[in-house]
Design a protein around this ligand. Structure first.
Ligand code: DQA
Length: 147
């Protein structure tokens, strides 16, 4: 039987994040995507959240998941990856949120190349946590648990 007191949270990841661990480890670290999933689930369990972690390289799929979250009033932790910097369709999907949405980044985009300094998502998120590696996700789940 489902425990109705447990709050569901979607942790959504955009393009190339499935390659964590082998992708530019000097920037993104050696934690694999599987490790990230396990860490999010563990943090969620500690906070009494049922965390479901997903990743896609497909903008349309990510937009669809945000619609699902909006329809289900589900909080979202979102690492939009490169979509952060240019995807207005993703921004418009985030704007439809009906529950808290936190933008996260492993690295600090503000300290990187200029094209990463713009986030089209930030203005339609409750807040942004960036630059703390996998801890960015843990901190975001903690923030969700307080909202
Ligand atoms: C990222 C930062 C983005 O600029 C980049 O395109 C990513 C990952 C991060 O988590 O640091 O793919 O979102």
């Amino acid at each position: 039987m489902t425990d109705v007191s447990v709050r569901r949270v979607l942790v959504l990841n955009g393009p190339n994040l499935g390659r964590l661990g082998s992708r530019e480890p000097e920037k993104y670290g050696t934690t694999t995507y599987a490790d990230l999933v396990a860490e999010c689930e563990k943090t969620g369990a500690e906070l009494g959240l049922e965390v479901e972690v997903r990743q896609t390289d497909d903008e349309a799929e990510l937009v669809g998941w945000l619609h699902e979250a909006a329809d289900g009033e589900l909080p979202v932790v979102l690492n939009p990856a490169a979509f952060t910097h240019y995807s207005y369709s993703l921004r418009d999907a985030c704007a439809q949120r009906t529950a808290p949405l936190i933008e996260v980044h492993l690295t600090n985009p503000a300290a990187r190349e200029e094209f990463r300094h713009i986030s089209v998502v930030s203005a339609v998120a409750n807040g942004t946590i960036a630059g703390f590696g996998v801890d960015s996700f843990r901190l975001a789940l903690r923030a969700i648990s307080t909202l």
